[in-house]
Write a protein that binds this ligand. Structure first.
Ligand code: NAD
Length: 250
């Protein structure tokens, strides 16, 4: 990156009072988790199972859990990288007020970002929940019963269907997270979109909302995005090095 761009990003961060970091799969590729749209990733191996199918069919639920446990070794081996550490550091210093993430990998929290200020728009794949009563379940016993006896998880409290705590295609977005994301977006003065192709809605609506509300918009992504025309600064750069440098984090 030309030094002028790096300086501009540093200046914008220094001049901002409330920064929202909005992150997508690109921030986690340096942790070894493939992103969604780059070819050959684990995510494009399978046709997604949408929510209606998951609810309607035991076979679909079985297939969803089989895939989950096939993908899991990649996810559980992943550790936060320099980009996650930079975001966590900017949060600790009070610069970043909230992280809005499309990621489901829990790596912002693992890097030290405060859990209640990490807004997960698409849920979290590191645990499961009952779809009826919301009871939380850990994955280890579910995996043992599924791989051992082929048992599908059901809720011990209410008998409901248990699913990873992620949002599937066709599943309602989490209302509280959407509200929190909107509030953070409308109260920031700098919105930093990092590692997202900015095509998955409603998540991709937040950068434009921030800009329309008067915040500055920075897009940091290896490739151009459809929203580049709205941005005050576009950086087609590697995330870890860029954020690590401006946040002074290794
Ligand atoms: P995406 O795959 O559509 O876009 C990721 C973008 O990041 C790409 O444009 C790519 O060029 C860029 N990128 C990748 N590595 C980079 C790096 N090191 N430096 C700079 N740029 C880099 O991701 P999305 O917009 O987040 O949409 C994908 C959807 O799939 C999301 O809704 C998310 O829920 C889900 N998903 C999550 C994870 C995860 O939790 N880690 C991984 C894959 C997909």
């Amino acid at each position: 990156m030309p030094d002028a761009d790096l300086e501009r990003l540093s200046d914008m961060l220094a001049g901002a009072a409330r920064v929202v970091a909005f992150t997508g799969a690109g921030i986690s590729t340096e942790s070894g988790i493939p992103d969604f749209r780059s070819p050959g990733g684990i995510w494009d191996k399978f046709r997604p199972i949408d929510f209606r199918e998951f609810m309607a069919s035991e076979d679909a639920r079985r297939e969803a859990w089989r895939r989950k446990f096939e993908i899991d070794p990649t996810l559980s081996a992943a550790e936060p990288n320099r980009g996650h550490r930079a975001v966590a550091s900017l949060m600790r210093s009070g610069k970043v007020t909230a992280v809005i993430t499309q990621n489901i990998d829990g790596l912002h929290q693992a890097a030290g970002a405060e859990g209640d200020r990490v807004i997960e728009l698409h849920g979290n794949t590191t645990y499961a929940r009952c779809l009826n009563c919301g009871e939380r379940y850990e994955l280890v016993p579910i995996r043992e019963a599924f791989l051992g006896e082929g048992t599908l998880p059901t809720c011990k409290a209410c008998g409901g269907i248990v699913k990873t705590a992620t949002i599937s295609f066709g599943q309602a977005m989490p209302e509280a997270a959407l509200r929190a994301a909107e509030e953070a977006t409308l109260t920031c003065d700098l919105f930093l979109a990092v590692g997202s192709s900015l095509v998955v809605y409603p998540a991709a609506g937040f950068p434009v909302l921030a800009k329309r509300n008067g915040a500055a918009l920075v897009i940091l992504n290896r490739e151009p995005t459809d929203l580049d025309g709205h941005a005050d600064l576009v950086l087609n750069r590697k995330i870890g090095d860029t954020l690590g440098t401006v946040a002074n984090v290794n």
